[in-house]
Design a protein around this ligand. Sequence first.
Ligand code: NAD
Length: 296
Amino acid sequence: MNIPSLMSMSPSVALITGASSGIGLALTQHLLHKNWHVVLADINPPPPSSSLPTDRTLFIPCDVSSWNAQASLFSTAFAWHQRLDFAALNAGIDDRDDIFHSLSRSIESPPSKPNMKTFEVNLLAVYYGIKLFAHYASLNPVPGGKIVITASAAGLYALPAIPQYSATKHGLVGLTRALAPQAAAHNISINAICPAMVQTGLAPPGLMEGFPAEHTTPMETVLRAFDELMDEGRAWNGQVVEAAQGELWYRSQCEPLGSARESMEFMVREKAELWGEVYRERNVGFAREFGGKEER
Ligand SMILES: NC(=O)c1ccc[n+]([C@@H]2O[C@H](COP(=O)([O-])OP(=O)(O)OC[C@H]3O[C@@H](n4cnc5c(N)ncnc54)[C@H](O)[C@@H]3O)[C@@H](O)[C@H]2O)c1
C-alpha cells in the first residue's frame, strides 16, 4: 500500500490578487473546479453571487500596493495549509494621471506631483508578490511553485490613451523574461499572459460598449492560457503569452538586427556569467542594507 506523501495529503493552494472581479474571479472559479484551495486577495470582497465554498476559499482584504499588507497576506495565506503552490499576480488598474491634456500653460501653475498608483498596483505590487512568493515557496514541502502575472496586450503594443498602464504592462513583460532564469534555479516558474480586450470591470463606462463582440477575447481563452502556463508537463518558464480572441500566441523578444545582433549575442550570451558575478553579490548587499527601510 502506498503511503500518501505530505504533498498529496494537503491540498494545492493558489493565491490570486485582484480575485474579486473579472479575470481573477473567473480564475478562482476555474481553479476551484480543479479542486484547488484558493486565497482571494482584493481591496473589495467577492460578490455574494459568486457563492464560493467557504471550506476551500479564504478571502483576505489587501491593497497589494502596500508592502506591509502584502507581506501579511502571504504570511496568512501560507499558514492556511503550510504551503503556497501558485500565485496569480493579477490585480491591476488603468491610468490615474494625465500629462498632455492637463497642461496649465501658466507659469504660476506648475504641475502637481502625478498620481502614480497605476505603477504601484500594476508593477511594484507584482515585484512585491514575486519576492514574497519566492520566500514562501521555498518553505513548501517540496520547495518551488508557479507564478503567472497578468500583463496585457498593452505590454506588447503601446496604447496611447493609457500610457501609465502601457508602461507598467511592458514592465511586467520585461520582469517576467528577466527573472525567469533565476527563478528556475529555485524550482519556480514565472510566466505572463497578455490578454487583449476582455469583458470585465476594468475599463471605464463607454469603452466596452464600443467594442463589437468579435473583437473581444472570451474569458475561456484567458483561462486556457493559465491552464497551459500552469501545466506540469509543459513546464513553461519566462513565457509571454498573448491571448487574443480564441488564440494564444507565445511571443518571443524582438530580434536584434545588424550589428546589434553581434553586440547582444556577446552581451547576453557570451558574458552571461560575468553579469551574474558582477551583480549577484552587489544586489544581495543592497537588498540587505535597505532591509525594508521606507516601508509603505
Ligand atoms: N479586462 C481586460 O480587457 C484586460 C486585458 C488585459 C489585461 N488585463 C489585466 O487583467 C487584470 C485583472 O483585471 P480585470 O480585467 O479582471 O479587471 P477588474 O477590474 O474586473 O478586476 C481587477 C480587480 O483588482 C482589484 N484591485 C484593484 N486595485 C487593487 C489593489 N490595490 N489591491 C488589490 N486588489 C486590487 C479590483 O478590486 C478588482 O477586483 C489586471 O491586471 C488588468 O490590467 C485586463
